[in-house]
Write a protein that binds this ligand. Structure first.
Ligand SMILES: Nc1ncnc2c1ncn2[C@@H]1O[C@H](COP(=O)(O)OP(=O)(O)OP(=O)(O)O)[C@@H](O)[C@H]1O
Length: 609
């Protein structure tokens, strides 16, 4: 049986589960409390199980609503998730298809309870082990498990702290965990002892720091064939990964966690989500190499493997909305929310205290919304455009054009451009969410140069292959392009449809070069804002490319980068050819957000000197 709701074109099924309230949280909930998480079920009772999640008091519009393949409510526990989601995957594992179940979410969102649980209330991993044990009893296969931890990009053997684990790429291009303990499991009691009590570890052995560290924890269950053979072959693998919780690195951590550690965790989460995104969108290059964890999981992600991303939602956590937006990004299909949908949204999360109303919604997601705006707003404005035009007809069209006419003369291009980098440094979220890259305006698009998707791909490839020109020439190029953007605005002209009284205004309107992206937008300000956002992204992209490719001397030419940092950047390039994927990565080399912003502002400012 295929996994529930499996979509043949998507490798990764993305679902959510809202955890129950802890005793402490329940104490502060009242009858009049507002639901924090609302779930709209698209085809209740039907075959379409898709849901859309929205948050807090905000009306659910596309801007703050996120699609998921399914969502389990607070009353639905791990055993239901097991039956509906995991059990169907087990038969695949028995037949040679690997599977991975990954719990992702903010800190304290119930990931460990869902995956690991406890001896009293077993989580998905133990339930799966029981099922796998009974399956191998029938077919004579064997089971071996490994338990590992990925801490600060190092893979550690949880079952034997003395063992050194190395990542080794085999002849098929897959990563193997060399040296990791593999323990045969014959019964549930053996598994419980091993998994919950680290049973095989000798009492004298060091088990690492006493304080629980924030790391990704993985359980690898291998089904092995040929019980008589010491070199048994792996039939199939099932991975359970309890990811370290996401936390906004800009906020003070709940337990004063090291901000560098938090930033590294977030970076590895983004890297994994990028892999999920690439798999779901069938991208030709899946960025496995960007983190140790994705390398470890690589052989369970490719081919006919199945992946379940279980987004755990903490009903009272600021970071929840942001994690949902990140996970949902890999679901490509979008369904605009209609009024009916918004009204009929139900809450699977019980209400939370009304004081939550005043609580600031997720800081990052606020920022995200601002930054993501380009994508989400565009989508909604597109549907809005259609609706408006069809339902209200010419009258509204007339108002619309009038508005354009009036505002177009007030456009202060340079002041908007100056503001570009005052909105804040676009972060990973921006890059990742805003556009899914497909909707980003490239420089060429920004100056109205049409390019076919194929050509775009070629351009991208050649950009990667060629050594980047020095920053100064990149800036010159960008500057010229910007100038041509101003000058390419045609003063008018089109044929007037005299029969249409509303056509006059549109005819007189100076036309900004059209691109597919902007064609759905309503007024010059929207168009301009989107172009600005596209240019901002182009600039960020060029700057990152420069940092990834420039020589040491060229790097030192940048404010904030001296001998030491330049050397460090070159070292980073030896580990990964492209160490900087987004502006957040610059913080890893010790540049503060302010410094990064300063660099970008200088670059932007230079364009108009
Ligand atoms: N279904 C549930 N109902 C009530 N409380 C729950 C539920 N699931 C988890 N909790 C509680 O929520 C808290 C956090 O749970 P858990 O440790 O599983 O979260 P986590 O996401 O793994 O956290 P971290 O990211 O810090 O590792 C715990 O106090 C746990 O008891």
């Amino acid at each position: 049986m295929p996994p529930r709701g499996s979509n043949s074109s998507r490798k990764v099924r993305i679902i959510a589960t809202i955890r129950g309230y802890t005793d402490q949280e329940s104490g502060s909930i009242s009858e009049n409390s507002l639901p924090l998480i609302s779930v709209y079920k698209h085809g209740e009772g039907g075959s379409d199980e898709k849901v859309t999640l929205s948050f807090g008091e905000q009306p659910a519009c596309r801007k703050n609503a996120y699609d998921m393949d399914y969502c389990y409510g607070q009353n639905e526990d791990s055993s239901l998730i097991f039956v509906k989601e995991i059990k169907p995957l087990i038969s695949g594992v028995m037949n040679g298809k690997n599977a991975s179940i990954i719990a992702f979410g903010a800190r304290g969102s119930g990931k460990t309870c869902t995956i690991q649980g406890s001896e009293d209330k077993p989580g998905l991993a133990a339930l799966a082990m029981a099922e796998i044990l009974s399956a191998v009893e029938e077919n004579g296969n064997l089971i071996a498990v490994s338990v590992y931890e990925v801490y600060q990009d190092n893979v550690l053997d949880v079952l034997d702290a003395n063992k050194k684990v190395q990542l080794f790429e085999n002849a098929h291009g897959y990563t193997e965990l060399r040296g990791i303990s593999q323990v045969r499991i014959n019964s549930m009691s053996e598994f419980v002892k091993l998994y919950y009590n680290n049973g095989t570890r000798k009492a004298t052995e060091k088990v690492g720091p006493k304080i629980a560290r924030r790391s990704h924890k993985g359980l690898m269950i291998c089904v092995l064939s040929d019980s008589g053979n010491p070199n048994s072959k792996v039939v199939g693998k099932m991975n359970f990964v309890d990811l370290a919780g996401y936390e906004d690195a800009r906020r003070n951590s709940i337990d004063c966690a090291n901000p560098v550690e938090t930033a590294n965790i977030n970076k590895s989460l983004y890297a994994l989500l990028n892999v999920v995104y690439a798999l779901n969108t069938n991208e030709s290059r899946v960025p496995y190499r960007e983190s140790k964890l994705s390398r470890v999981l690589q052989d369970s992600f490719g081919g006919s493997s199945r992946v379940l991303l279980l987004t755990c939602l903490n009903p009272v956590c600021q970071d929840t909305m942001y994690t949902v937006s990140l996970a949902s990004r890999s679901l490509q299909g979008t369904n605009g929310l209609s009024d009916t949908m918004i009204r009929s949204s139900v809450s699977l999360a019980k209400p939370v205290q009304s004081s939550m109303k005043n609580q600031k919604l997720p800081i990052l997601s606020d920022a995200t919304n601002k930054k993501v705006g380009s994508t989400t707003i565009m989508r909604s404005s597109k549907s809005l455009t259609k609706q408006t035009q069809s339902s209200k007809g010419k009258e509204s069209q007339s108002r619309f054009h009038k508005k354009i006419w009036v505002h177009s003369n007030k456009f202060n291009v340079s002041s908007i451009l100056r503001k570009l980098f005052d909105d804040g440094v676009p972060s990973t979220t921006h890059k990742e969410l805003a556009v899914d890259c497909s909707s980003a305006i490239s420089l060429n698009e920004a100056v109205g140069v049409a390019s076919s998707p194929k050509k775009k791909e070629e351009n991208n490839n050649s950009q990667i292959l060629e050594k980047s020109p020095p920053l100064s020439s990149q800036l010159r190029e960008l500057s010229n392009s910007m100038k041509s953007l101003y000058s390419s605005t045609p003063s008018v002209i089109a044929t007037q449809d005299i029969s249409n009284p509303f056509s006059r205004l549109s005819v007189l309107e100076p036309q900004t070069p059209q691109t597919p992206l902007t064609s759905s937008l309503q007024n010059p300000r929207e168009i301009f804002n989107n172009r600005s956002s596209g240019m901002k992204q182009s600039l960020v992209k060029d700057c990152l490319q420069f940092l990834n490719t420039a020589s040491k001397d060229e790097l030192k030419g940048l404010k904030g980068i001296g001998e030491k940092r330049a050397t460090y950047i070159l070292e980073l390039r030896e580990e990964s050819p492209e160490p900087f994927k987004n502006l957040d990565d610059l913080q890893d080399i010790g540049l503060s957000a302010k410094q990064v912003k300063g660099i970008m502002r200088n670059v932007a400012g230079d364009l108009f000197n």
